[in-house]
Design a protein around this ligand. Sequence first.
Ligand SMILES: C[S@@+](CC[C@H](N)C(=O)[O-])C[C@H]1O[C@@H](n2cnc3c(N)ncnc32)[C@H](O)[C@@H]1O
Length: 248
Amino acid sequence: MTKWVESDDGSYTAYSEQYDEHYHSTKDGALNESLKKHVQPAFVLYGNKKHLKIIDICFGLGFNTLLSLYYRDRYFPNMTLEIYSPELDGALVASLVDFPYPEIFKPYQKVIKELATAGQYEDEWTRITVEITDARVAMRELEGIWDVCYQDAFSPASNPVLWTKEYFADVARLIGNEGILTTYSMALATRLALYENGLNIYLNQGEGYRSATVASVRELENLEKIDMEHKIACNPDATSLRDENLAL
Ligand SMILES: C[S@@+](CC[C@H](N)C(=O)[O-])C[C@H]1O[C@@H](n2cnc3c(N)ncnc32)[C@H](O)[C@@H]1O
């Protein structure tokens, strides 16, 4: 059962009884969180690209996908955008035609309807695929190189399968040497799982939202790099989540 809830920036999110978690930080606000932790970091780095490819883990209420669309249309109208987003909950996606989205998503009613009913939207500038599938399997099978992965699953505590070292190995393969991963998670276990896959870890910090993480193989000039060797030395017992320790 999923209930709609107003968050602190006035945008609506939802609460999942199954995971006992909100879909967004109610304090940061759903729209604000999506903007600051995912969409802005991606477009700051890749605004000059002609074609931007994003993996959105997982679609949920679709904020990260819809806000990417809005952001591209508003600031980078000459960029073509491709988004692939797996989501386990088909009933949730089908229900999104009735979700009380923020005003800025009003122009995307047709997009929302097509994603909710057919899982696909395409025009001259945009291709979005929402696949009702297990993201864990999808990341193993997806091909190509992607610029960005929005890592926005439920928390490592309630959905550990999407935070293991082995899961991030698949994501790391998909974003290659040039791509970035954005996530709200600041957990050392998450950062370790990324670091053990060869990614550098950066702090995404700013006004009006709780700090978050960006990870990439490439060096990022505009963000503060976390000294992971120091973190490991200070926390010798810390480990990444591993598949072998989960009941998969
Ligand atoms: C925090 S919400 C995503 C919020 C979304 N990014 C947004 O902006 O609205 C997490 C989502 O992950 C989905 N999920 C959980 N486990 C999954 C899995 N193994 N594969 C695909 N989706 C999964 C849940 O159904 C839920 O919709």
